[in-house]
Design a binder for this molecule. Structure first.
Ligand code: COA
Length: 332
Protein backbone atom coordinates (compact mmCIF):
# COMPACT_ATOMS: atom_id res chain seq x y z
CA UNK A 1 0.00 0.00 0.00
CA UNK A 2 1.18 3.51 -0.74
CA UNK A 3 1.77 5.46 2.45
CA UNK A 4 1.06 8.99 1.35
CA UNK A 5 -0.10 12.12 3.07
CA UNK A 6 -2.66 13.10 0.42
CA UNK A 7 -5.06 11.15 -1.79
CA UNK A 8 -4.31 11.77 -5.46
CA UNK A 9 -6.74 11.20 -8.30
CA UNK A 10 -7.69 12.03 -11.86
CA UNK A 11 -9.71 15.26 -11.94
CA UNK A 12 -9.88 15.74 -15.72
CA UNK A 13 -9.48 13.70 -18.90
CA UNK A 14 -9.00 14.57 -22.58
CA UNK A 15 -8.00 12.89 -25.81
CA UNK A 16 -7.25 13.53 -29.45
CA UNK A 17 -7.30 11.16 -32.41
CA UNK A 18 -6.32 12.37 -35.91
CA UNK A 19 -9.06 12.48 -38.53
CA UNK A 20 -7.39 10.42 -41.25
CA UNK A 21 -8.48 6.77 -41.18
CA UNK A 22 -6.54 3.85 -42.62
CA UNK A 23 -8.76 0.78 -42.97
CA UNK A 24 -7.70 -2.84 -43.32
CA UNK A 25 -8.82 -2.61 -46.93
CA UNK A 26 -6.40 0.31 -47.44
CA UNK A 27 -3.59 -1.87 -46.05
CA UNK A 28 -4.46 -4.65 -48.48
CA UNK A 29 -3.15 -2.28 -51.16
CA UNK A 30 0.18 -1.79 -49.34
CA UNK A 31 1.10 -5.30 -48.17
CA UNK A 32 0.08 -8.91 -48.67
CA UNK A 33 -2.68 -9.07 -46.06
CA UNK A 34 -6.46 -9.22 -45.76
CA UNK A 35 -9.15 -7.53 -43.72
CA UNK A 36 -10.22 -10.96 -42.46
CA UNK A 37 -6.69 -11.92 -41.28
CA UNK A 38 -6.20 -8.64 -39.43
CA UNK A 39 -9.59 -8.68 -37.71
CA UNK A 40 -9.34 -12.34 -36.73
CA UNK A 41 -5.75 -12.19 -35.41
CA UNK A 42 -5.83 -8.74 -33.82
CA UNK A 43 -9.39 -7.38 -33.50
CA UNK A 44 -8.37 -4.27 -35.47
CA UNK A 45 -10.58 -2.89 -38.28
CA UNK A 46 -9.00 0.51 -38.78
CA UNK A 47 -6.53 2.97 -37.28
CA UNK A 48 -6.13 6.76 -37.39
CA UNK A 49 -2.89 8.30 -38.64
CA UNK A 50 -1.41 11.78 -38.75
CA UNK A 51 -0.28 13.28 -42.03
CA UNK A 52 3.47 12.66 -42.44
CA UNK A 53 4.36 16.34 -42.14
CA UNK A 54 2.41 16.92 -38.90
CA UNK A 55 4.42 16.46 -35.69
CA UNK A 56 3.22 14.03 -33.05
CA UNK A 57 3.23 16.65 -30.29
CA UNK A 58 0.25 18.42 -31.93
CA UNK A 59 -1.95 15.56 -30.70
CA UNK A 60 -0.62 15.98 -27.15
CA UNK A 61 -1.39 19.69 -27.17
CA UNK A 62 -5.04 19.06 -28.08
CA UNK A 63 -5.47 16.22 -25.57
CA UNK A 64 -3.88 18.38 -22.84
CA UNK A 65 -6.20 21.34 -23.56
CA UNK A 66 -9.24 19.07 -23.39
CA UNK A 67 -8.11 17.52 -20.08
CA UNK A 68 -7.50 20.97 -18.56
CA UNK A 69 -10.94 22.14 -19.66
CA UNK A 70 -12.55 19.02 -18.20
CA UNK A 71 -10.71 19.54 -14.90
CA UNK A 72 -11.50 23.28 -14.79
CA UNK A 73 -7.80 23.95 -14.20
CA UNK A 74 -5.91 26.81 -15.88
CA UNK A 75 -2.55 26.09 -17.60
CA UNK A 76 -0.78 28.37 -15.07
CA UNK A 77 -2.00 26.12 -12.23
CA UNK A 78 -0.13 23.09 -13.61
CA UNK A 79 3.06 22.37 -11.64
CA UNK A 80 4.28 19.33 -13.57
CA UNK A 81 3.90 17.93 -17.07
CA UNK A 82 4.98 14.37 -17.83
CA UNK A 83 4.61 13.00 -21.34
CA UNK A 84 4.84 9.30 -21.93
CA UNK A 85 6.11 8.69 -25.44
CA UNK A 86 8.28 6.34 -27.46
CA UNK A 87 7.76 8.49 -30.55
CA UNK A 88 9.10 11.96 -29.61
CA UNK A 89 9.49 14.36 -32.52
CA UNK A 90 12.76 15.66 -31.06
CA UNK A 91 15.29 14.07 -28.73
CA UNK A 92 15.47 17.58 -27.33
CA UNK A 93 13.40 19.51 -26.46
CA UNK A 94 11.22 16.89 -24.84
CA UNK A 95 7.63 16.56 -25.94
CA UNK A 96 6.60 17.71 -22.45
CA UNK A 97 8.52 21.00 -22.87
CA UNK A 98 7.05 21.56 -26.34
CA UNK A 99 3.52 21.02 -25.00
CA UNK A 100 4.22 23.20 -21.96
CA UNK A 101 5.20 26.07 -24.27
CA UNK A 102 2.19 25.59 -26.51
CA UNK A 103 -0.43 25.57 -23.75
CA UNK A 104 1.19 28.28 -21.63
CA UNK A 105 1.79 26.17 -18.51
CA UNK A 106 4.46 28.66 -17.46
CA UNK A 107 4.81 27.36 -13.89
CA UNK A 108 5.32 23.70 -14.76
CA UNK A 109 8.39 21.48 -14.70
CA UNK A 110 8.26 19.25 -17.78
CA UNK A 111 9.90 16.02 -18.91
CA UNK A 112 9.26 12.84 -20.90
CA UNK A 113 9.21 9.23 -19.78
CA UNK A 114 9.74 6.30 -22.12
CA UNK A 115 8.44 2.99 -20.80
CA UNK A 116 6.88 2.10 -24.18
CA UNK A 117 3.26 0.97 -23.95
CA UNK A 118 3.45 0.85 -20.12
CA UNK A 119 4.58 4.48 -20.09
CA UNK A 120 1.27 6.02 -19.07
CA UNK A 121 1.17 3.98 -15.85
CA UNK A 122 4.85 4.78 -15.18
CA UNK A 123 4.17 8.49 -15.73
CA UNK A 124 1.09 8.54 -13.51
CA UNK A 125 3.10 6.80 -10.80
CA UNK A 126 5.83 9.45 -10.88
CA UNK A 127 3.39 12.38 -10.94
CA UNK A 128 1.37 10.86 -8.11
CA UNK A 129 4.38 10.95 -5.75
CA UNK A 130 4.87 14.70 -6.18
CA UNK A 131 1.24 15.47 -5.31
CA UNK A 132 0.92 12.92 -2.51
CA UNK A 133 3.96 14.42 -0.82
CA UNK A 134 2.63 17.95 -1.13
CA UNK A 135 5.40 19.16 -3.46
CA UNK A 136 2.93 19.96 -6.26
CA UNK A 137 -0.83 20.52 -6.52
CA UNK A 138 -1.62 19.72 -10.16
CA UNK A 139 0.09 17.52 -12.74
CA UNK A 140 -0.71 16.93 -16.38
CA UNK A 141 0.10 13.42 -17.55
CA UNK A 142 -0.08 12.76 -21.28
CA UNK A 143 0.37 9.66 -23.42
CA UNK A 144 1.26 10.86 -26.92
CA UNK A 145 2.18 8.41 -29.66
CA UNK A 146 2.54 8.72 -33.41
CA UNK A 147 3.51 5.19 -34.35
CA UNK A 148 2.71 5.64 -38.03
CA UNK A 149 6.05 7.46 -38.32
CA UNK A 150 8.12 4.54 -36.99
CA UNK A 151 6.30 1.74 -38.76
CA UNK A 152 7.74 0.06 -41.84
CA UNK A 153 4.76 0.25 -44.20
CA UNK A 154 6.21 -2.63 -46.22
CA UNK A 155 6.27 -5.01 -43.23
CA UNK A 156 2.92 -6.78 -42.85
CA UNK A 157 3.94 -8.25 -39.47
CA UNK A 158 3.86 -4.83 -37.85
CA UNK A 159 2.27 -2.14 -40.04
CA UNK A 160 -1.25 -3.49 -39.54
CA UNK A 161 -1.05 -3.13 -35.77
CA UNK A 162 -0.39 0.50 -34.94
CA UNK A 163 -2.04 3.94 -34.98
CA UNK A 164 -1.65 7.51 -33.72
CA UNK A 165 -3.41 9.24 -30.79
CA UNK A 166 -2.97 11.08 -27.52
CA UNK A 167 -4.75 10.92 -24.16
CA UNK A 168 -4.23 13.17 -21.16
CA UNK A 169 -5.29 13.45 -17.53
CA UNK A 170 -4.99 16.11 -14.85
CA UNK A 171 -4.00 14.79 -11.43
CA UNK A 172 -4.87 16.59 -8.22
CA UNK A 173 -5.72 16.08 -4.56
CA UNK A 174 -9.04 14.26 -4.04
CA UNK A 175 -11.18 13.19 -1.06
CA UNK A 176 -9.56 10.69 1.26
CA UNK A 177 -10.05 7.09 0.16
CA UNK A 178 -10.48 8.06 -3.51
CA UNK A 179 -7.97 8.24 -6.34
CA UNK A 180 -4.87 6.08 -6.75
CA UNK A 181 -4.95 3.23 -4.22
CA UNK A 182 -1.94 1.20 -5.22
CA UNK A 183 0.48 0.61 -8.07
CA UNK A 184 2.99 -1.89 -9.36
CA UNK A 185 5.77 -1.38 -11.92
CA UNK A 186 7.93 -4.10 -13.47
CA UNK A 187 10.81 -4.21 -15.97
CA UNK A 188 12.97 -6.92 -17.50
CA UNK A 189 15.73 -5.41 -19.62
CA UNK A 190 17.30 -8.82 -20.18
CA UNK A 191 14.41 -9.59 -22.57
CA UNK A 192 14.32 -6.08 -24.02
CA UNK A 193 15.42 -6.91 -27.57
CA UNK A 194 12.07 -8.60 -28.21
CA UNK A 195 10.68 -5.18 -29.26
CA UNK A 196 13.09 -2.64 -30.71
CA UNK A 197 12.99 0.83 -32.27
CA UNK A 198 16.60 1.89 -33.02
CA UNK A 199 17.51 5.54 -32.75
CA UNK A 200 21.13 6.75 -32.90
CA UNK A 201 22.72 3.30 -33.05
CA UNK A 202 21.78 0.11 -34.86
CA UNK A 203 23.65 -3.20 -34.65
CA UNK A 204 24.19 -5.46 -37.68
CA UNK A 205 21.75 -7.93 -36.13
CA UNK A 206 19.04 -5.27 -35.88
CA UNK A 207 19.70 -4.19 -39.47
CA UNK A 208 19.01 -7.75 -40.65
CA UNK A 209 15.58 -7.61 -39.00
CA UNK A 210 14.74 -4.65 -41.25
CA UNK A 211 15.33 -5.95 -44.79
CA UNK A 212 13.46 -2.96 -46.29
CA UNK A 213 16.12 -0.60 -44.94
CA UNK A 214 13.92 1.46 -42.64
CA UNK A 215 16.36 1.23 -39.73
CA UNK A 216 14.36 3.33 -37.27
CA UNK A 217 11.27 1.15 -37.63
CA UNK A 218 9.62 -0.95 -34.95
CA UNK A 219 10.46 -4.64 -34.97
CA UNK A 220 9.16 -7.26 -32.58
CA UNK A 221 9.03 -10.95 -31.96
CA UNK A 222 5.22 -11.04 -32.08
CA UNK A 223 4.75 -14.57 -30.73
CA UNK A 224 7.10 -14.06 -27.76
CA UNK A 225 5.58 -10.67 -26.95
CA UNK A 226 2.12 -12.20 -27.09
CA UNK A 227 3.02 -14.82 -24.46
CA UNK A 228 4.78 -12.26 -22.25
CA UNK A 229 1.81 -9.88 -22.53
CA UNK A 230 -0.85 -12.31 -21.31
CA UNK A 231 1.30 -13.37 -18.35
CA UNK A 232 2.40 -9.82 -17.47
CA UNK A 233 -1.17 -8.51 -17.44
CA UNK A 234 -2.32 -11.23 -15.06
CA UNK A 235 0.63 -10.93 -12.65
CA UNK A 236 0.48 -7.13 -12.56
CA UNK A 237 -3.27 -7.24 -11.89
CA UNK A 238 -2.96 -9.73 -9.05
CA UNK A 239 -0.09 -7.77 -7.51
CA UNK A 240 -2.21 -4.71 -6.73
CA UNK A 241 -5.37 -6.64 -5.94
CA UNK A 242 -3.50 -8.77 -3.38
CA UNK A 243 -1.90 -5.67 -1.85
CA UNK A 244 -5.32 -4.08 -1.44
CA UNK A 245 -7.08 -7.26 -0.35
CA UNK A 246 -9.49 -6.64 -3.19
CA UNK A 247 -11.25 -9.49 -4.95
CA UNK A 248 -11.29 -9.42 -8.75
CA UNK A 249 -15.11 -9.37 -8.63
CA UNK A 250 -14.94 -6.01 -6.84
CA UNK A 251 -13.44 -4.32 -9.91
CA UNK A 252 -16.00 -2.24 -11.82
CA UNK A 253 -13.83 -1.26 -14.77
CA UNK A 254 -10.53 -2.34 -16.31
CA UNK A 255 -8.40 -0.27 -18.66
CA UNK A 256 -5.87 -2.66 -20.18
CA UNK A 257 -3.30 -1.59 -22.74
CA UNK A 258 -4.96 -2.51 -26.04
CA UNK A 259 -2.44 -4.17 -28.39
CA UNK A 260 -4.45 -7.13 -29.62
CA UNK A 261 -7.98 -8.24 -28.64
CA UNK A 262 -6.69 -11.79 -28.23
CA UNK A 263 -4.13 -10.64 -25.63
CA UNK A 264 -6.81 -8.83 -23.62
CA UNK A 265 -9.23 -11.73 -23.89
CA UNK A 266 -6.51 -14.22 -22.92
CA UNK A 267 -5.62 -12.20 -19.83
CA UNK A 268 -9.18 -11.56 -18.65
CA UNK A 269 -10.10 -15.21 -19.15
CA UNK A 270 -7.13 -16.20 -16.99
CA UNK A 271 -8.26 -13.71 -14.33
CA UNK A 272 -11.98 -14.54 -14.54
CA UNK A 273 -13.10 -11.07 -15.66
CA UNK A 274 -15.96 -10.43 -18.08
CA UNK A 275 -15.43 -8.20 -21.13
CA UNK A 276 -18.30 -5.85 -20.22
CA UNK A 277 -15.85 -4.23 -17.77
CA UNK A 278 -13.64 -3.06 -20.63
CA UNK A 279 -14.16 -0.11 -22.97
CA UNK A 280 -12.65 -1.49 -26.17
CA UNK A 281 -11.06 0.97 -28.59
CA UNK A 282 -8.58 -1.27 -30.40
CA UNK A 283 -11.00 -2.11 -33.23
CA UNK A 284 -11.04 1.53 -34.40
CA UNK A 285 -7.61 2.83 -33.30
CA UNK A 286 -5.23 -0.16 -33.37
CA UNK A 287 -2.35 -0.26 -30.88
CA UNK A 288 -1.69 3.37 -29.87
CA UNK A 289 0.95 2.41 -27.29
CA UNK A 290 0.93 4.51 -24.12
CA UNK A 291 -2.01 6.57 -25.38
CA UNK A 292 -4.35 3.58 -25.28
CA UNK A 293 -5.26 3.74 -21.57
CA UNK A 294 -5.91 7.50 -21.33
CA UNK A 295 -7.83 7.58 -24.64
CA UNK A 296 -10.07 4.67 -23.54
CA UNK A 297 -10.54 6.28 -20.13
CA UNK A 298 -11.51 9.64 -21.64
CA UNK A 299 -14.00 8.02 -23.99
CA UNK A 300 -15.55 5.91 -21.23
CA UNK A 301 -15.82 8.97 -18.99
CA UNK A 302 -17.41 11.13 -21.69
CA UNK A 303 -19.88 8.35 -22.53
CA UNK A 304 -20.96 8.35 -18.86
CA UNK A 305 -19.76 4.79 -18.23
CA UNK A 306 -17.74 5.66 -15.09
CA UNK A 307 -19.26 6.67 -11.77
CA UNK A 308 -17.85 8.01 -8.54
CA UNK A 309 -16.66 5.20 -6.29
CA UNK A 310 -15.99 2.72 -9.11
CA UNK A 311 -12.99 0.49 -8.50
CA UNK A 312 -10.88 0.51 -11.63
CA UNK A 313 -7.67 -1.08 -12.71
CA UNK A 314 -5.18 0.12 -15.29
CA UNK A 315 -2.82 -2.57 -16.56
CA UNK A 316 -0.23 -2.51 -19.33
CA UNK A 317 2.80 -4.23 -20.85
CA UNK A 318 5.26 -3.17 -23.51
CA UNK A 319 8.78 -2.69 -24.80
CA UNK A 320 11.65 -2.62 -22.35
CA UNK A 321 10.25 -5.08 -21.44
CA UNK A 322 8.00 -3.28 -19.00
CA UNK A 323 4.67 -3.92 -17.32
CA UNK A 324 2.60 -2.35 -14.59
CA UNK A 325 -0.77 -1.81 -12.98
CA UNK A 326 -2.61 0.76 -10.91
CA UNK A 327 -5.81 0.56 -8.87
CA UNK A 328 -7.95 3.68 -8.69
CA UNK A 329 -11.18 4.52 -6.87
CA UNK A 330 -12.81 6.87 -9.36
CA UNK A 331 -13.45 10.29 -7.84
CA UNK A 332 -15.14 12.24 -10.64
N1 COA B 1 -1.47 -10.57 -42.96
C1 COA B 1 -1.42 -11.85 -43.37
N2 COA B 1 -0.55 -12.73 -42.85
C2 COA B 1 0.30 -12.29 -41.92
C3 COA B 1 0.32 -10.96 -41.48
C4 COA B 1 -0.62 -10.08 -42.04
N3 COA B 1 -0.69 -8.80 -41.68
N4 COA B 1 1.27 -10.81 -40.54
C5 COA B 1 1.85 -12.01 -40.39
N5 COA B 1 1.27 -12.90 -41.24
C6 COA B 1 1.61 -14.30 -41.45
C7 COA B 1 2.98 -14.65 -40.94
O1 COA B 1 3.94 -14.32 -41.92
C8 COA B 1 2.85 -16.13 -40.72
O2 COA B 1 3.00 -16.77 -41.94
P1 COA B 1 3.88 -18.12 -42.04
O3 COA B 1 3.19 -19.09 -41.13
O4 COA B 1 3.79 -18.46 -43.48
O5 COA B 1 5.24 -17.73 -41.58
C9 COA B 1 1.39 -16.30 -40.30
O6 COA B 1 0.73 -15.11 -40.70
C10 COA B 1 1.20 -16.50 -38.82
O7 COA B 1 1.96 -15.54 -38.15
P2 COA B 1 2.02 -15.49 -36.60
O8 COA B 1 3.15 -14.62 -36.17
O9 COA B 1 1.93 -16.88 -36.05
O10 COA B 1 0.63 -14.78 -36.26
P3 COA B 1 0.03 -14.54 -34.85
O11 COA B 1 -1.25 -15.25 -34.75
O12 COA B 1 1.04 -14.76 -33.76
O13 COA B 1 -0.28 -12.99 -34.92
C11 COA B 1 0.59 -10.90 -34.14
C12 COA B 1 0.76 -12.06 -35.11
C13 COA B 1 1.72 -9.91 -34.36
C14 COA B 1 -0.74 -10.23 -34.43
C15 COA B 1 0.61 -11.44 -32.69
O14 COA B 1 1.72 -12.27 -32.51
C16 COA B 1 0.66 -10.32 -31.65
O15 COA B 1 -0.31 -9.60 -31.50
N6 COA B 1 1.76 -10.24 -30.87
C17 COA B 1 1.91 -9.25 -29.83
C18 COA B 1 2.06 -7.91 -30.46
C19 COA B 1 2.09 -6.82 -29.46
O16 COA B 1 1.33 -6.78 -28.57
N7 COA B 1 3.01 -5.89 -29.67
C20 COA B 1 3.10 -4.66 -29.01
C21 COA B 1 3.55 -4.76 -27.63
S1 COA B 1 2.99 -3.36 -26.79
Amino acid sequence: MIKSTKSVGIIGTGSFVPEKVLTNNDLEKLVDTSDEWIRKRTGISERHVLDEDVPNYTMGIEAAKRALEDAGVEPEEIDLIIVSTETPDYMSPSMACIIQGAIGAVNAAAFDINAACTGFIYSLSVAQQFIANGVYKHALVIGCEGLSKIVDWKDRNTCILFGDASGAVVLGVVDEGYGILDLFLGSNGAEGMKITIPNLYISEEEKKKRPNGKFNSLWMDGKEVFKFAVKAMSTATMHVLDNLNLDISELDFIFPHQANTRIIDGAIKKLGITDDKIHYIINKYGNISSASIPVAMDEAQRKGKLKKGDNMLLVAFGGGLTWGSMAIKWNK
